[in-house]
Design a protein around this ligand. Sequence first.
Ligand code: KG4
Ligand code: ZN
Length: 355
Amino acid sequence: MTKKNQDLKILGIETSCDETAVAIVNIKENYKGKILSNKIFSQNKEHSPYGGVVPEIASRSHVEHLDDLIDQALKDSELSFDNFDGIAVTSGPGLIGGLIVGMATAKGLSLATNVPLIGVNHLEGHALTPLLTNDTSFPYILLLVSGGHCQLIIVEALGKYSKIGTTLDDAVGEAFDKAAKFMGLGYPGGPELEKLALRGNPYAFDLPRPLVGQDNCDFSFSGLKTAFIRLVRSIEPVDEKTSADLAASYQQAIIDCLINRLSKSIKIVKELRPDLKIKNLVASGGVAANKRLVEQMQEFSKEKNMEFISPPIEFCTDNAAMIAWAGGLRLSAGMRDPLGINAKARWPLEEVNIN
Ligand code: KG4
Ligand code: ZN
């Protein structure tokens, strides 16, 4: 889809949740990309006292940090606006206040410099990341696991996405965060719970594996979370060893659910789309930073004779390189957006399919 001899420089802006991020990516033909700058300001400290993202604090923090990060990225890459071919900005899904901060900045820059604007779906950014960071190619099955999402998607080509499974209630990152909050661990809870689980026995406690064995690729975590909270309450006060066992058992229950659903998705994709002959499995989104999940997915992929790919941690969690990359690929396929585009709090990935 990308043109020959192309050499695009794209500025990317990401403000959909609690990371303010700016990146510059150089895109050459045949899906070759190079990250020239990747700047990120994590607001974890600001949200930590509340045990979750506070939208108003997030928007204010984006306002305070975005301009400075853009300056830093320009300095880093030794580029100026004359050098850019596109300005890509996350337009959704996400927290509306944060999205508006990023989009207003991107629109202002585009208007002032005449550089085309491309509104990017955040999920498409996660979906296309492995093409930028790992030597992989279409098609693949993507397990998108983040604080806001838990989905299984067939990624066939740019703008060709089919969701085959989704969560019926909580996102998987949310399941980590809520359990961690209940245990009094820090925020974000996923990495804290993982740290504690390292010292525990993953099979010490018997927790449910919702939907495991069912003939679909959906997920459900709210029953598991409730069972976990009941379990903790039933054994309080919890000593240190028990606390590690609880964290490890909870994490293992989540991983078992994810891998069972992934396994089902391979079967379903083979039935639905035998023509695709998918050989690659990709995990992306913040929860894909979980080492035990990655190890167990690696083992699982080996058993299935498939290749497992997971972007480096800093590109699994929210970043702007993925936004610049997805926007640049769209630009090279002839797409751009008018300055009138709006931020979308909800924006299913399949709505950006190219027919
Ligand atoms: O993709 P991301 O940075 O932001 C969203 O778009 O949501 O994902 C953040 C989520 C949080 O829920 C965080 O607790 C979780 O990813 N997370 C982890 C780990 N690192 C981040 N969950 C489990 N284990 C980890 N190591
Ligand atoms: Zn994300």
